[in-house]
Design a protein around this ligand. Structure first.
Ligand SMILES: Cc1cc2nc3c(=O)[nH]c(=O)nc-3n(C[C@H](O)[C@H](O)[C@H](O)COP(=O)(O)O)c2cc1C
Ligand SMILES: O=C(O)C(=O)c1ccccc1
Length: 407
């Protein structure tokens, strides 16, 4: 699918942002949060409770997959071009037929109120301000309707944790709520039908769903069909037995077993818009996704939070793009920490890159403004990286594997 440019939409924000770095920076205006993206993690660790830090910073098992995600970026290096017309690069992309000024989206992250009381509303508002699409998690601690309100005229996608077929009526209700609230694409996460082996959470005895304040189950508790289902089953309301209701919602969205490829049909019949399968890591699965006619995939291993000893998500990206890049939109996440990482993932064929942990660190450190700072920093960094590498746009004709050298 050719990457079409949209010059007018794209130039203004990166240009102003670059100006802001140089002019403001040189006029001794210090930011409240550092521009050094490699420091956000340790600052967030210092700020958060042991439980919240363990949750966001933790990974599956020994952390090998998460470490490999990072190491995979360092295997690739950007090769600059000289004495070419170097302009502020055009960062715009077309995704599912719509124009986006930047190739960056905000990844779905659940229970954000454990990081800052403003939670998803803060990050959805920041995403809108930075003009990045916001992907809302089914595990959000804020209702679908309230996140939509906070995101306003921003672009938003809904991430589904997918109840088993016996609960199709509940799934339908989630989809209808999302559609009514202006979510355009449906991201279906396939790698988390149960949470991974996460020793940090086990040491802390921590499960965000079973918190006494029940913020992890907000989407279920605000769902009219789940509420009616609970009442019918137990003869009492959710409020009369919060503990059972929370546990049952958790096992509804994390049932412990997986759907099949055939089941995707139900989503295709009940979602009017693009469907994106998140959590694809193999070429064979990418091919199946193309065969069944979904519109996109996210090459992702959930930030190494699900399976230890797994392959680096970036290592699979070019192979998957070679197999299906002309048939569906390939998005990417897992391990993206700076502008150069985004540039490398785009060069390896991703159409859009999802930012995960870094914006959660921003949220922990400064609420909405913290998320704004992280997103703007990554955007400015990407912009300048391309600008100084003589790469005029993120169009795959310009930004592709020829721009990279592998160690
Ligand atoms: C605290 C946390 C919560 C997450 N919650 C969700 C979620 O609810 N749904 C989902 O599809 N992915 C979830 N993810 C995975 C992200 O969408 C994304 O795949 C991952 O963060 C990418 O890895 P990175 O953060 O290391 O770059 C979560 C990740 C984190 C760190
Ligand atoms: O932690 C995660 O990776 C995740 O997807 C999730 C699961 C449950 C609640 C919130 C997020």
């Amino acid at each position: 699918m050719p990457n079409q440019s949209n010059h007018e939409a794209s130039h203004e924000a990166p240009f102003e942002y670059e100006k802001e770095i140089y002019n403001k920076g040189l006029q001794f205006e210090r930011p409240s949060l550092t521009f050094q993206s490699n420091k956000w993690e340790s600052l967030a660790k210092d700020r958060l409770s042991a439980e919240s830090w363990g949750y966001v910073g933790g990974s599956a098992g020994t952390g090998e997959t998460a470490a490999k995600n990072r190491a995979a970026f360092q295997k690739w290096s950007i090769v600059p071009s000289r004495l070419v017309k170097a302009e502020f690069p055009d960062l715009s992309v077309k995704l599912f037929g719509e124009d986006y000024p930047f190739p960056i989206a905000v990844a779905p992250v659940g229970v954000q109120r454990i990081f800052n009381p403003d939670g998803e509303e803060a990050s959805a508002a920041a995403a809108k301000e930075q003009r990045f699409p916001y992907v809302m998690s089914t595990a959000s601690s804020t209702s679908i309707e309230d996140v939509a309100k906070a995101n306003g005229t921003g672009k938003r996608f809904f991430q589904l944790y997918w109840p088993m077929n016996e609960y199709n009526h509940i799934t339908k209700s989630l989809l209808q709520r999302a559609k009514k609230s202006g979510f355009t694409a449906l991201f279906v996460t396939l790698d988390t039908y149960i949470l991974g082996w996460r020793p940090s959470d086990m040491d802390n005895g921590y499960n965000p769903f079973l918190r006494p304040d029940k913020i992890g189950v907000e989407i279920g508790f605000t769902d009219p069909v789940y509420r009616a289902h609970f009442k019918e089953k137990h003869g009492k309301s959710i409020e009369e037995d919060l503990k059972t209701a929370a546990g049952e919602w958790a096992s509804t969205v994390f049932p412990g077993h997986s759907h099949s490829w055939e089941d995707v049909k139900f989503l295709q019949e009940n979602w009017d818009g693009p469907i994106v399968l998140k959590g694809i890591q193999s070429v064979a699965d990418a091919r199946k996704a193309a065969e069944i006619g979904v519109q996109g995939i996210v090459v992702s291993n959930h930030g190494g939070r699900q399976v230890d000893g797994g392959v680096a998500s970036l290592d699979m990206l070019p192979k998957i793009v070679d197999a299906v890049g002309d048939k569906l939109e390939v998005l990417f996440d897992s391990g993206v920490r700076c502008g150069a990482d985004i540039a490398k993932a785009l060069a390896l064929g991703a159409k859009m890159v999802l930012i995960g942990r870094p914006y959660v660190y921003g949220l922990a450190l400064g609420g909405k403004e913290g998320v704004n700072h992280v997103l703007r920093t990554l955007l400015g960094d990407l912009d300048l990286t391309l600008h100084l590498s003589g790469i005029p746009s993120v169009n795959p004709k310009e930004l592709n594997r020829d721009r990279l050298e592998k160690d």
